[in-house]
Design a protein around this ligand. Structure first.
Ligand SMILES: [Zn+2]
Ligand SMILES: [Zn+2]
Length: 119
């Protein structure tokens, strides 16, 4: 028997666009594929909304401790964004990266004008 390479079947996560092996993804009722990473951060965002200290930013992976060190004396804010039905936890810098996508959502809101500086 020759040693054939084993191809692991992978599935693309609808949210982070990464390909993950089957055991790391879940299929939602909407037929969208979500991976354990995105699920973990959705749970983390929920915890933060519930008052738990954030772990850090899901996008740039900066930890909460580092984010606080960068802005001494300031209150560091994290942003929970809803993307296609799941929640994401982002720092101030990363939320700006997402701005073009989220601007429509927050236009005219207090969050939009004060935090995101939308006009
Ligand atoms: Zn994912
Ligand atoms: Zn970030």
């Amino acid at each position: 028997m020759s040693a054939a390479p084993v191809f692991l079947e992978t599935f693309k996560c609808h949210w982070c666009q990464k390909h993950r092996p089957k055991f790391r993804v879940h299929k939602l009722e909407s037929n969208q594929i979500i991976c354990d990473y995105c699920l973990m951060w959705q749970q983390q965002a929920l915890d933060v909304l519930g008052g738990a200290p954030p772990r850090g930013c899901q996008y740039c992976l900066t930890t909460w401790e580092v984010l606080k060190e960068r802005s001494p004396g300031e209150q560091v804010r994290m942003y929970v964004l809803s993307k296609d039905g799941i929640l994401q936890l982002l720092c101030k810098d990363c939320v700006k990266v997402y701005l073009p996508k989220t601007a429509e959502l927050y236009k005219g809101t207090q969050f939009g004008s004060e935090s995101l500086k939308l006009l």
